[in-house]
Design a protein around this ligand. Sequence first.
Ligand code: FAD
Length: 402
Amino acid sequence: MKFVIIGAGQAGATAAAKLRELQPDSQITLIGDEPAPPYQRPPLSKAYLKGELPLERMFLRPERFYSEHRIDLRTGVEVQALHTAARSVVLKDGTTLDYDAALLATGSAAIALPDAITGGLAGIFAMRGLADADRLRDRLKPGLRALVVGGGYIGLEAAAVLAAMECRVTLVEAGPRILGRVASAPTADHIRALHAARGVDLREGEHLVRLTGRDRVERAVLGSGEELEIDLVIVGIGIRPATGLAEAAGIEVDNGIVVDDTCRTSEPHVWAAGDCAAFPFEGRRIRLESVGNAIDQAECAARNMAGETVRYAAKPWFWSDQYDMKLQIAGLSQATDQTVTRHDGDVLQSVWYLREDQLVAVDAFQAPRDYMVGKRLVEAGAKVDPDQLADPTVELKTFLKA
Ligand code: FAD
């Protein structure tokens, strides 16, 4: 069998390793347009940005892994076309490769601010790849005035790193509150307080209108009319799934590359996994932007590409590091009808999300036990009594026995 994997990120690298394990005699080509071998992205807005993680520790596997496992890793080369009828891909360097099964693991791209806002100025940083983080790291120093646009996890993590490095950070979130898309008000309140305590000027319901300066950004004009003097801007306003190649190949796309529960696209010999894939989940179609999903879905896709029939049952989990706080999340907190908080004294430990008394998600703040129990309950689809859950004298393990 000849396997071609397009995109050498978390999902692509996982699928390559799985395929080698399942099919020792197959031909596996893993193609990525970034120069580095497959690496982990989460530290880009955390330890790597802080300078606490060396480059080698960013790589998912040592470079020799690929040759030792006869995975033909080609980095720094883009796949420009996918010809599904001919079952071949065309690389930018002119090479054509045939496949029996192909995997689209193209990930996503950071949404950029429009030129009308940036004025084409220098000093504006995305948070997507190693190149972005390296460029940004070179500029960071105490006293630097930074504007972070977007109060999602990536913007907040970058703000935390910069604040810890004694930069002066303003964060603007256009929505009424930070984390509006992904977490409840109690979670947002907890995180807002962390940033306020570190001196981050966090503005919700505020947006960036325009950046001005000679060649580089020098000032930001906000919706309120206020002008801030700044040295650089970090943009964390979301991502778009990388679907261009699939679309051009005539594969169905709808906020992601549409796949069935075996990770197969509308083309029978093409699968998709990771950030780029839109898959069935509890009666709707979703995309997940997380490491856990990229790994599990890529392994499932690889199994199916190798001839098994395995259905993908997503078990969403995520984490965020801000200052010395580790937030762990299990489940998806959208479309819930009740949130319950658990405290240890005055300190918030966890936020629990219920839909008709069924536990569907949990956010745990430096509380591994709450996370572990919550994850098990979420995955079991457990029903819980909200009053009991909110009662700190009721031990969490009680719910596991119920
Ligand atoms: P990617 O890792 O993006 O890999 C896709 C690769 O395909 C890229 O290298 C891309 O350049 C390449 N590619 C695209 N098109 C082509 C083409 N035509 N030809 C060749 N190559 C191509 N998740 C968590 O769970 N926890 C976190 O704390 C967390 N923090 C994050 C922090 C940051 C700053 C970022 C950016 C992401 C974070 N994530 C986190 C999300 C997580 O990293 C992604 O969900 C995960 O990397 C998705 O894996 P993927 O393989 O689908 O995509």
